[in-house]
Design a protein around this ligand. Structure first.
Ligand code: 48F
Length: 275
């Protein structure tokens, strides 16, 4: 007997397999999350300590914030302590941030404290996401949105696409403010200066480049150098010292935490000014 398209077939309930349910759940949730982040108050490039702390304070202030890190495991240079000896040092001035983030620390000498670096990194990531910041890992920011003399978003692609050198176009995230927290390479600041031929808010107008080790001076200047270097574009952490030509400081992390907090305060003011 042949079937005509007009024959009646009773509708059988479709029972979704566990495999399909899991896949559907991830795809639906992920793409809703990404869609929700197409327009942001703050786009943070780089999930090192300064970027994560900035994300935490911005989210806590009620701003819509997402952080993009090219690695599978955001956390930047904090996981490994120094030379893979997984402890870090913070100084007294950064202790209020450490306490606010609920990290466990132990006093060392002369106003310094020791924190297990894995605990510190995991704690920062936990608090930032708990406060409402969204983290996109495996995303590389390859460019910015640049309109009317202002940085207004980030251009993102899968890290594996860039690693493989595949010819695949990126997606764009619009944002009122962008933070370059890319560490020693200050990638975003370099890209903005090179591609658009603009002067940054530095002594030379360009990315000056990082100097050798001076821990105390590097720590102090990181906070001073945390600023808006171009309309809409802010720098934090080691990128702040790289852009302004100051020292590296090694595995003391108080400056990174304080820089992240200062970046969040400056960005928050800028976001409110645009509202
Ligand atoms: O370097 P990093 O940890 O940033 P930071 O906040 O902290 C510096 C310290 O870790 C340490 C130091 C301490 O005293 O000197 O070095 O300045 O983390 C930077 C993050 O940015 C990501 C990278 O994977 C890392 O996790 N990153 C860099 N470029 C990009 C990026 C990019 N173009 N797109 C996305 N992520």
């Amino acid at each position: 007997m042949t079937c005509s398209p007009f024959d009646f077939h009773p509708v059988r309930p479709m029972i979704e397999s566990m495999e399909t349910l899991v896949s559907r759940g991830i795809i639906e949730s992920y793409f809703n999350k990404l869609q929700d982040c197409l327009e942001l108050d703050a786009a943070i490039v780089g999930g090192g300590p300064s970027g994560i702390v900035a994300a935490y304070y911005l989210a806590k202030a009620g701003h819509k914030v997402a952080l993009f890190d090219r690695k599978l495991s955001p956390g930047g240079g904090m996981w490994g302590g120094a030379m893979m000896f997984n402890d870090i040092v913070v100084q007294e001035e950064a202790l209020p941030i450490v306490q606010e983030l609920g990290l466990t620390y132990k006093p060392y000498r002369e106003g310094t404290y020791i924190i297990d670096s894995v605990h510190a990194t995991a704690g920062l990531l936990y608090k930032a996401t708990q406060a409402g910041a969204v983290i996109f890992n495996c995303y590389s920011v390859e460019d910015v949105v640049y309109k009317q003399g202002r940085v207004g978003g980030v251009v993102v692609n899968w890290t594996p696409v860039l690693r493989e050198g595949l010819h695949v176009d990126p997606l764009t995230i619009i944002s009122r403010t962008v933070l370059d927290g890319t560490g020693h390479d200050c990638e975003i600041a370099k890209t903005v200066a090179r591609k658009n031929g603009v002067r940054l808010n530095t002594a030379t107008g360009g990315v000056i480049g990082e100097m050798s080790m001076d821990a105390a001076e590097g720590e102090r200047s990181t906070i001073e150098n945390t600023k808006e270097i171009y309309p809409g574009l802010f720098v934090s952490g080691m990128a702040a010292n790289g852009v302004s030509g100051s020292f590296r400081m090694g595995p003391i992390f108080g400056g990174m935490l304080m820089s992240g907090k200062k970046a969040a305060e400056l960005m928050s003011q800028a976001i409110r000014g645009q509202a």
